[in-house]
Design a protein around this ligand. Structure first.
Ligand SMILES: [Zn+2]
Length: 288
């Protein structure tokens, strides 16, 4: 005898498919819950925002984008976006699983962003600052020509207006669809940062989870002060590639902020909840 049959199921769906029309759908309520990726405890959305997107239980720093960092750092979330209309061309007519041009259009539609970085001028604790912040949601925060160009123009702007520069990195590395054009951005941004330094204008680099590849190998490590969020992945190549190259086992956690700090590549690790105060005090120290 079968333990049960279809007719005996406790719950039976009598209408198939989703039948709610779009206009009748309800917005997700304010009390929405999310799960911490590290400790798996439930996080209430409003509390998350209040705690600067850091888990209250385990201090895990959730991945956030430029909109959240701007809100966190700029006074009253007031800022003027710079070069907001720059968009990527497709100089190589690149195609992988789909055309690069289509990938750009899809990413713009999905994220509401034009590319993987946004730059803006505002104030932090009353002091002028230009912040450029990468967005990981846009093609893995990859550095292509638009990222390089926005950084270069932002640096020019900082030199002309004598404003300190903060760059928040969050990137999988160079954008492979632009091949050598993306690699050229490393030299271009590094050269511009040298001009910024010659003009004696402070540059703070903030490395967040993850900062890897050509971004680590160029502007992310060139700050007058290099700071990172706790437990961020910071590296150049992935662990497997390094292991195969050097033929040695790698120490545990060797690509975390803490390990990188211990080995002298970072100046400070700063909890995100302290970030605004710390950056504002670095700027006031360097301005004077
Ligand atoms: Zn947690």
């Amino acid at each position: 005898m079968q333990p049960y049959s279809i007719e005996m199921a406790w719950f039976k769906r009598d209408k198939k498919g989703i039948i709610t029309s779009t206009q009748d759908k309800k917005e997700a309520p304010d009390g929405i819950w999310n799960k911490c990726p590290q400790c798996k405890k439930p996080l209430h959305y409003a509390e998350q925002v209040e705690n600067n997107y850091v888990c209250h239980y385990c201090n895990f720093h959730l991945r956030i984008g430029s909109a959240e960092y701007f809100a966190l750092l700029f006074d009253n979330n007031e800022y003027t976006e710079l070069y907001g209309n720059l968009m990527s061309a497709d100089p190589l007519n690149f195609v992988d699983t789909k055309k690069y041009t289509e990938r750009i259009i899809d990413s713009i539609a999905k994220t509401g962003l034009k590319d993987a970085i946004r730059a803006a001028h505002g104030k932090i604790k009353g002091q002028d600052i230009v912040i450029a912040c990468m967005d990981f949601n846009f093609i893995g925060g990859s550095m292509g020509s638009v990222v390089g160009e926005k950084i270069a123009r932002s640096i020019n702007y900082c030199i002309e207006n004598k404003v300190p520069f903060l760059l928040i990195s969050k990137s999988g590395g160079a954008r492979m669809m632009e091949a050598a054009f993306s690699l050229m951005q490393m030299a271009k941004t590094a050269a511009k940062l040298a001009l910024l330094s010659r003009a004696k204008i402070p540059y703070i680099s903030l490395l967040t989870d993850p900062t890897t590849g050509g971004v680590t190998a160029s502007y992310a490590m060139l700050g007058d002060i290099n700071i990172a969020e706790p437990e961020a992945l910071i590296g150049f190549a992935g662990p497997r590639v390094i292991k195969e190259t050097i033929k040695k086992d790698l120490p545990k956690g060797f690509q975390t902020s803490e390990f990188v700090l211990e080995h002298g590549f970072l100046d400070f690790i700063v909890d995100r909840r302290e970030m605004k105060n710390r950056i504002a005090s670095f700027i006031s120290l360097m301005n004077n």
